[in-house]
Design a binder for this molecule. Sequence first.
Ligand code: NAG
Ligand code: NAG
Ligand code: NAG
Length: 320
Amino acid sequence: MAFKRKAFFFIFALGIIFLILTVLWDSSSICNLYQKDMAGFRRNSDDFLKLPEIDCSRNAPFLVILVTSRLGQMEARMAIRSTWGKERIIAGKRIVTYFLLGNNSRPYDQIGIITENILYKDIIQKDFMDTYYNLTLKTLMGVEWIHKFCPQSTFVMKTDCDMFVNTYHLTELLLKRNSTTKLFTGSIKMHGHPIRDAKSKWYVSKEEYPGENYPPFASGTGYVLSTDVAREVYVVSKNIPFLKLEDVFVGLCLVEIKIQPEELDSRPTFFASNVPFSPCRYKKIITSHYNTPAQIILYWDGMEKTMDEACPGDLRISGT
Ligand SMILES: *[C@@H]1O[C@H](CO)[C@@H](O)[C@H](O)[C@H]1NC(C)=O
Ligand SMILES: *[C@@H]1O[C@H](CO)[C@@H](O)[C@H](O)[C@H]1NC(C)=O
Ligand SMILES: *[C@@H]1O[C@H](CO)[C@@H](O)[C@H](O)[C@H]1NC(C)=O
């Protein structure tokens, strides 16, 4: 036993040394690597600093999940990579997940991202300051990437790092819909209006948004667009006055392209709030908010393990 463990650590250490040597092979120091990375930004098409390694024209995914994330949130990204964000085939359909990142002024964070990208190749990054008020830029970067690099995909989801996403139920409902175009869905807010209280996180001044009401939009915690709609959103976004609330901004784009948000199911499935975990409950929802990385892992395992077990609601459906 003890011998086996020693052997394991030996192999593990060798692996690490090999990895470090590989990384250092074409650059004499980490600093060089970083500078090379920053220079690479400029060479990249359309200012993308990082692009995931996928050729959508050869192997188009059914669903691309784009997750807004900050540079320092590696733990959340790791949790997502091992759970709902893991590349998988559901009902014969391929689901892939990428992370949307901006830039900050901490070189250390960027080195972390370089390393993550070498290992996972799932980062989409541009050179804008990564702040809450720049979230709209992040979302636009996501639809730009779809428009330019993955127009062959069928659906796009935009979500966040603290979300639980049930990709099984989402795929099932998307397939049930029988149409792969003209979709915008999520936790829909029909009658939103600007919050004029300067102390609120969602404060919007009259200069930023003069209107009394917001158009219908879906909570930024998780919404799904068919790829045609995502591309149109990108195209019209240039004519829409900038608004820092990315979900409302997307709502304004939808008005322009005449797409109405729709429900994906007769029951609510997208939750912008936290849904207390139970396997049967989670099998029938698409999103739940405010989850720690540990919770995401726990709930995903709990849900997947009981996937084949019957739940109370199933009985009624199969009985009709
Ligand atoms: C992005 O980060 C790098 C390193 O911190 C910095 O040199 C660069 O100016 C940043 N870009 C912007 C737009 O802040
Ligand atoms: C958004 O990013 C741009 C580009 O890096 C930067 O100039 C601007 O200050 C940022 N805005 C906010 C509110 O952080
Ligand atoms: C999708 O097609 C199937 C089979 O033709 C049908 O049973 C189902 O009702 C359709 N669903 C919708 C939402 O139209």
